[in-house]
Design a protein around this ligand. Structure first.
Ligand SMILES: [Zn+2]
Ligand SMILES: [Zn+2]
Length: 299
């Protein structure tokens, strides 16, 4: 049997095997598979041996998601028949509601999850995401702060808090929050890309370019964690925009074209492309790009 690890951005599978010493395929690939793991006795999350806190002689390690006690994986069978606690059920439904865009329902489910279990980090974080999405920014910030009190290394709460700060026009605070996320997980590209956008909007184009070049190098290295499908395209979009602002039109074009070819449609990319082409004297191509930008802007 294979379980997945609930550790953030961990792609290891947990191999549960009756074979003495563990499943031989899993044993040969320790980066892909874990044999040692722990289970949360509250929310039932499984954590591979690289993803759970070590605990101490006096205190069992705690689940990063809900604060529950972690017990050895050997107790899997005993744990599996137990009913799921109500707070975990509200959390799960809230997360599913967020994923399907039902933010009002998500807020209600997650209100209930944190009421029943105030130490539930993941529920506070999801609550913050749902509140922020419905425009309740002050309450969202309080939810992220609660999650971070419980787990100061919760990189996603730092990231989401930064996004909410930016939504309330607190750009400097947002940069500081992204810096915290980057300090914790230098291999997580999303905060680097978003931070570069803020720098560029503040006219700090050369810094933005350097920051986004680092994100692109990280994504190209294959060592990035928590990367989204469009991160590389977004990074190229920011790079192209920064180069246009710096007057480096010739270099901007391949970056913008990469973003256009690999990302979602964005009038901004076509508009930057049109401007760069115009400045390079390529007027017919510039007009074509302008036409695409205008049609995207209308939709
Ligand atoms: Zn848990
Ligand atoms: Zn793991």
């Amino acid at each position: 049997m294979l379980l997945s690890c609930s550790g953030w951005a961990c792609s290891r599978l947990i191999s549960v095997s009756k074979v003495p010493g563990g499943n031989p395929v899993a044993r040969q690939d320790p980066d892909g598979f874990a044999a040692e793991f722990m289970i949360c006795d509250f929310c039932g999350s499984n954590f591979c041996d690289r993803c759970h806190a070590s605990g101490s002689r006096l205190r069992a390690p705690r689940c990063a998601s809900c604060g529950g006690k972690l017990v050895p994986g050997a107790r899997l069978e005993q744990m599996s028949g137990r009913p799921r606690p109500a707070a975990a059920g509200h959390h799960d439904r809230g997360v599913r509601d967020i994923e399907s865009g039902r933010l009002g329902d998500a807020v209600r489910e997650l209100d209930e999850a944190v009421r029943l279990r105030p130490e539930y980090t993941a529920a506070h974080r999801a609550h913050g995401i749902a509140l922020s999405g419905t425009g309740r920014h002050a309450e969202a910030l309080a939810a992220f702060e609660r999650a971070l009190q419980l787990d100061p290394s919760d990189v996603v709460s730092h990231f989401e808090r930064a996004r909410t700060l930016l939504a309330t026009e607190r750009a400097a605070d947002a940069v500081a929050a992204y810096d915290r996320a980057i300090g914790l997980r230098p291999d997580y590209p999303a905060p680097q890309i978003n931070r570069a956008i803020i720098l560029m909007d503040a006219g700090r184009d050369a810094e933005a370019l350097a920051a986004v070049d680092r994100a692109i190098a990280l994504l190209a290295s294959g060592g990035a964690v928590g990367a989204g499908r469009y991160d590389l395209a977004s990074a190229h979009s920011v790079k192209g925009a920064a180069l246009v602002k710096l007057g480096r039109y010739e270099e901007a074009l391949p970056a913008i074209d990469y973003a256009i070819d690999n990302g979602p449609d964005s009038w901004n990319d076509h508009s930057n492309k049109s401007y760069a082409l115009e400045r390079l004297g390529r007027i017919a191509e510039s007009e074509t790009a302008r036409g695409i930008a205008d049609s995207l802007r209308r939709t």
